[in-house]
Every structure is written in C-alpha cells, then in structure tokens.
Write a new protein. Sequence first.
Length: 511
Amino acid sequence: ELISINAFAKALKIKPDEFLVQLGQLGFEGVTLDSLMAGETAALVAQEYGYEPTVESGDSQDLKPRPPPEDASKLPSRPPIVTIMGHVDHGKTTILDYLRKSSVAAQEHGGITQHIGAFSVRLSSGKPITFLDTPGHAAFLTMRQRGANITDIVVLVVAADDSVKPQTLEALKHARAAKVPIIVAINKIDKEGARIDAVKHDLAQAEVEIEDFGGDVQVVCVSGKTGQGMDDLEENILTLSEILDHRSELDGPAEGWILESSLKPTGKVATVVVTRGTLRPGDYVAAGLTWAKIRQLRNEAGADINEAPPGTPVEILGWKDLPAAGDQVIQSPNEDRAKTAVSYREGLREREKDAAEYETITEARRVQQEQRAREKAANEGRKRGTGTGTGAGAGVEQDLPDEEDGTKMVNFVVKGDVHGSVEAVCAAIQEVGSHEVRPRVLRSATGPITESDVEHAATSRSVIVNFATTTPGHVRRMAETQGVRILDHTIIYHLIDDVKANLSSYLAPEV
Ligand code: GDP
C-alpha cells in the first residue's frame, strides 16, 4: 500500500508545503508532493503526529474464498481435474480427442461435443474425471502464474517411438514445481518403432520414480489412435485420485476458476471449473474485474444444465465483461456484493499500477545516476591518463559494484515462476550479506529471463537469479556473450547458498 505525500498531508490535516519541510527534518530527502510513501513508513510518520494508525485494507468489500474445511474427510468426493502435458507431436491432442468422444455429455447428445476448455469423462464404474482440454504448458503456466493451481493430476504423454524429449523434461519440471503428481502415458504403442523399455529407462534417467523401478509413479501404455490402454489410463487416474482423496462441499458459496472466455453469438461466455459448492442459473458470481448473474449453465455438448457441482466444467452465460483465464470465480449472495467486490478490485488494480510505475521510474533514475557516476569516474581516470581511452565506461565494467556507506553492493535481478516465489526469493536474498558486502535487488518479476533482463543486468552489472523458470536458449547465449551470470535454482536454500557464495567472491583481498 502506497500513499502520496499530498494525500498524506491532507489526511494529517497539515499544509502540504509545511509537511514537506517537516518531512525533510525527519530525514526524508528529495520528497515532493507526488512522491509515494510505503504504508508502513507512513504509519510511523503518522505516529510522530500523534496518530494511532490502523491499517485499513478495505478487504471486507472483496469477495474471498471461504477458509478450507476443518475436516474434509467427511465431505463428498469430487472428480479429479487432469491436465495432459508432453512433448510436441507425442499425442496429447489425439488422446484428448479420444477421451472427448467418450465424454459424459457426448454420450448423452449423440457424440457431439464442442471445445469449451474442459470436459468430463465417466468410466463404466460410474466415476467421472474432468480433463482440461488445452494441451501444452502455456495454459498450465498461465494458470499457475495467476495463482490458480487447479490441476490435481498431470498425465505426462511420452511417445514410445521418440522417448523423453526437452518438453517432456520441461513438463516434468512444471509439474514438480506445482507439486502435482504425475501419471506417465507411454503413447503410440501401436507403432512399429515403439520401444517401451527404452522410454522407461529414459524416464528413470530423468529421475521419474516409476513403478517398474520401485517408485510410485504409474506408467500406462496407450495408443490414442486405437484406444488401446485408454481404459487403463482412466482407471489409473481414478486410483490415484482415490489416494489423493479429493473432496469438496456441495453447498455454501461456490468457488471455481475461469479456464477460458470468449465472445459468442449468444453473448459473453466463460468456461469455469467449479471446485467448491454448486452453481445454478440465477446465481451471482464475481471473477477478476467482472461479474455475472448466471443466465445459463451449459455443458460441453452445449446442453443446458441446472446445476454444476465441484469438478464440473461449465460454460457460464451472463457476464458483464469477459473474465480472464485464471481468474478465480466466487459466488456472491447478491448483485450488490458482486458489484462492490469488482469496484474494490478495480481500485486496488489502479493503485498497483501506480506503484509499479513509481518503481520503474525510480529504478530508471537510479540506473541513470549510476551510469553517470561511472562515466564521470571514467572521464576522470582518462584525465589522469590512466583510462583505457576507448570510451566512457570502458574498463569500469570489471570494477566491483559501487559502495554504499563503505559496504560493497552486489546487484541482482530476480525472476521466478510465480509472484509468490519471486517475493520469497527477493526477501531471502535481502537477508544475506554483511557489513562488507550486501546484495541489492534492482529488478524482480515473474516469468522467464528475457533479453531485456540480460541487457539490464549487463548495464547494471547484476547477477540474474532464476527460480524455476526455463531460460530460452537465445537468452542464455546472450547472457554468455555479455558476461552476465545466471544462477538457476528450484530450491530456495540452494539458491541462497549460491547467492552467498557469489557475494563472498566479491570479498577477494584487494591488491
Ligand atoms: P500433440 O502435439 O502432442 O498434440 O500430438 P498429436 O496428438 O497432434 O499427434 C501427433 C501425431 O502423432 C499425429 O499425426 C497423430 O495422428 C499421431 N499419433 C498420436 N497418437 C498416436 C498413436 O497412439 N499411434 C499412432 N500411430 N500415431 C499417433
């Protein structure tokens, strides 16, 4: 939470100009009326003026998921939600198509289904499984980046004639990072070149602890083309799901996640997977920055349904605006509460945007100042005849990063898979260091390392820390040529050890 100095002065009932002077006396230098102050700092300042600040978040206006149940074991079971991942051309779409044809809704409606982002399949045993109908890592990652961990199980498809490939490993990494259990489907076993044992061997090499070698990861051999083994795959999913014991309330305010949304001739439509409670036509829901009075609920065959219990994928009609994939859906008791929540969120988003802009500006300013200081130093060096003479900054690049009050500062750029991990990594980095050398995080964001990150790291002489994202090859090569160091980790304490080692390398005895 940030507050502008102007607004703060008003809140304290002090003339803005006077307030600026007083802030200067309190040690805040270079503050203007447009400057923003962090809520915590503002609370301290407010105390100086005899106020007892209470932190008011306004949270009560929002719609939040209810707390987890105290004893889930008494709740009804719900279908598992499954995502199919794997290397390109290994058969994800083929397997999904095969399954979609056996979808519950298709059986009831002459085999016709449409793509709505998910569908439900029911085995002869009568237990349904919900498949997310968007193969590939992008969908899974987008969801996770937005904090939506809706997948209970990942089916990792590996073609029997091609074995473990880069995207197989990547899918594994994502599933592990999300702590989602996997089932391996060795596909294309109908093909001549199928080498099932070789695939199992390669999986073991990739540290997948498969059953055949004493682990607990199930491996099923299938053909998406002939349908061979597909029943086994479904059985295996249900068995794992029983072990994981997925259960949810049927009643109470419903919750779910937006899988996709689009503008159709019938209006604004979004597919939702319900995770708790039951949705019915006429209910009010809010998702992200929009809300709906549910006009219609439709299944994957396009048929109207009267209720959507947990695990059900449904199309919801009646949105005011299109919600975004990955938004959480929460049922509201009435229209007013839905509207209030949405406007509260809009306000929050505005403030976040302002804060982000503020950070970018101050950071740009600082980098610019550093650049100038370096140029000045280089010029002075040249004047004294000790410079290399090949231009400003030359030769300075190898220097130690600048100092603050006699402490050497080492710059870091932090990237990570989700917002939460980036925050955790930044916090952990900021805790290490000594009076001789300290880390300073210049930039942090979610997502893989980009060319611009490398560029930034090269000019600010930063070390890039990457937590659980995959760095594209060209970016990695760019970092190599520019001499930018990348620390890759998926475990925070390893990462911190590495950061520490990096810091101590700056403590080499001076000549
Ligand atoms: P995706 O990129 O993982 O979605 O792979 P696709 O489902 O598009 O499959 C790639 C190719 O492999 C297509 O030509 C499919 O027809 C073929 N294919 C997929 N599964 C099987 C299978 O079980 N057996 C055989 N023989 N071919 C398959």
